[in-house]
Design a protein around this ligand. Structure first.
Ligand SMILES: [Zn+2]
Ligand SMILES: [Zn+2]
Length: 548
């Protein structure tokens, strides 16, 4: 059995471990222990002071080596990959530093310079799907609240706060009067095996594929810590340069002027001191965003409160968990004015589908719920599969009776880019088709989705009066920013939907969708469901009556 205490306290041990880990990283797959051992032998590391650790490492099988890798925050892995003779490698013994390494932290009091970073423009690869990261962060918050007491506040930071569909990190900020004591209580209460790294004001909880990093800060450090840990790194570095140009020094804990820390109450104050408008978190990874902000050309991004309704959700009539009434009550609690109930059509490969003989029954149920919840307009819709020939799997006389029709290309049928596009163009010619859902049919972390001439799809959508969906379900997050931005610039109407299957996720999935739209720099005017229900009905009617 492997003995790994979970505490990284000896730089030499880590260096040896680094070789094993590097081997795994280089091969980008799980290396068998014999390979790792071979690599260690080549470098004459199978004797000497590391022998004790090696005795233990020798018993690790390849799954366990991968598990060790999982225990290190991404920044620490950057350090592991530094050349073996680099003095910076000694820092691997400092657990606080490992937690901050990915943010190029300068520890002034210790006289250390910046940590090695490749380049501010380097793309940091996302590894955790947003939905999974969100669940992991929620779980860690609950566990730490139980272990160390509820902090004054929690904030999501890193890729989670930016809503990266694939985030490079999973990180949260806990606000507390006494960060060291709070972290100390957490470390004492948690099982040692769950703690990957324990610093004095932060810790990392082992998780797959990235540890969940928790930073604890006092309230007065929140404005700068939020900015610092939200990143991305290039944005923080640029903000530090902007600060330096004004004779200020930005670090994790404060914005320092000549006479000490400036008074800050919120993150926006940091931007104000640099004569900048607040840069929305979703845009902070964009090249040139600070220049745009300075020129005053940042768009007025769509906000959650602009959303008036949700046009894509499932119920027990197909693979949803909740009834029509359950979904409508959840929508009402969110303040929506309307929803569309859009269950899967018969040929969808969903676990359950809406058979045609039940469409009428669903219509009656919707009528009954309308009477119960008069302040939310319920549109009766459907999510129709696009068949291999580009036609729908539901006859027109059924579709005509519905308020809105979504068309989905769930099944690519092995078609290449041209056939896929042709299927989309064919279905958009249909006067009853109002929305193309999750157009790339991608799933973050699982499948990149269709590659096709999206510009032609968007042009045709604009021409035919068909809306293009931004789907906020964690399994889709589609369209993502570059394509959604292209669709809007071509003049297609966008619609942001939750594609929700469980009532209590209705709001969160819409938030993910709105965040994607913000990443695409969309404004409320470019999104159909910021209009009232009459506006939606007019959009549908215009296509049905050929007035597009
Ligand atoms: Zn779908
Ligand atoms: Zn759906």
């Amino acid at each position: 059995m492997a003995v790994w205490t979970g505490r990284l306290t000896d730089a030499r041990q880590l260096e040896v471990l680094a070789l094993a880990i590097r081997r795994v990283l280089e091969q980008r797959s799980r290396a068998p222990w014999s390979d790792v051992r071979g690599a260690l032998q080549e470098q004459d590391l199978l004797s000497g002071p590391a022998a004790d650790l090696l005795d233990r490492l020798r018993h690790l099988d390849h799954d366990e080596v991968a598990a060790v890798r999982r225990r290190l925050p991404s920044g620490a892995r950057t350090l592991l990959l530094a050349p073996a003779d680099d003095p910076l490698r000694d820092r691997l013994a400092d657990e606080d530093l490992m937690l901050d390494a990915d943010l190029d932290r300068v520890v002034d009091q210790a006289g250390w310079g910046p940590l090695p970073v490749t380049s501010p423009d380097a793309i940091v690869e996302g590894v955790v799907p947003l939905g999974r990261a969100w669940m992991q962060a929620s779980q860690v918050k609950a566990e730490l609240t139980a272990a160390a007491g509820a902090p004054e506040a929690w904030h999501l930071v890193g890729g989670l706060r930016r809503s990266d569909p694939m985030t490079p990190d999973v990180a949260v900020l806990a606000v507390t009067d006494d960060p060291q004591a709070w972290i100390g209580r957490a470390v004492a209460a948690l099982h040692a095996d769950t703690i990957a790294v324990a610093g004095s004001c932060g810790l990392a909880i082992a998780a797959d594929p990235e540890p969940v990093v928790v930073h604890a800060v006092r309230q007065d450090a929140v404005p700068t810590s939020l900015l610092w840990y939200t990143g991305p790194r290039a944005h923080v570095q640029e903000m530090r340069l902007q600060s330096a140009a004004r004779g200020l020094a930005l670090n994790r804990y404060s914005l320092l002027g000549a006479d000490g820390p400036l008074a800050l109450t919120e993150e926006a104050d940091v931007y104000r001191h640099l004569d900048l408008p607040v840069i929305p978190v979703e845009l902070r990874g964009r090249r040139g965003v600070i220049e745009s902000a300075r020129e005053g050309t940042l768009p007025e991004l769509i906000e959650m409160h602009d959303i008036q309704g949700d046009l894509h959700m499932h119920t027990v009539y197909s693979d949803g968990r909740d009834s029509v009434a359950g979904m409508v009550h959840a929508a009402r609690a969110l303040g929506y004015r309307y929803v569309a109930i859009t269950d899967h059509s018969p040929s969808a490969k969903a676990s359950r589908v809406l058979t045609l003989d039940r469409v009428e029954q669903q219509a009656e149920e919707i009528a009954a719920v309308r009477a119960l919840v008069p302040d939310v307009t319920i549109l009766h819709g459907i999510e129709c599969d696009i068949l291999p020939d580009g036609h729908l799997d539901v006859p027109d006389d059924v579709l005509e009776r519905l308020d809105v029709v979504l068309a989905s290309l769930h099944d690519g049928a092995g078609h290449g880019p041209e056939r896929l596009l042709e299927r989309y163009l064919t279905v958009m010619r249909h006067p009853l088709v109002n929305v193309i859902t999750h157009p790339a049919n991608r799933s973050p972390g699982r499948t990149p989705g269709y590659v096709l001439a999206f510009a032609r799809l968007f042009e045709y959508a604009a021409r035919t009066g068909t809306a293009i969906e931004i789907d906020g379900a964690p399994g889709h997050l589609d369209l993502d920013a570059p394509l959604a931005e292209q669709a809007a610039s071509i003049g297609a109407m966008l619609v942001i939907n939750s594609d929700c299957h469980v009532a209590e996720r209705l709001g969160r999935q819409m938030q993910f969708g709105v965040a994607l739209a913000r990443r695409a720099a969309l404004t409320a005017g470019q999104v159909l469901n910021t209009r009232d229900v009459d506006g939606v009905r007019r959009f549908v009617a215009a296509k049905r009556t050929g007035r597009v």
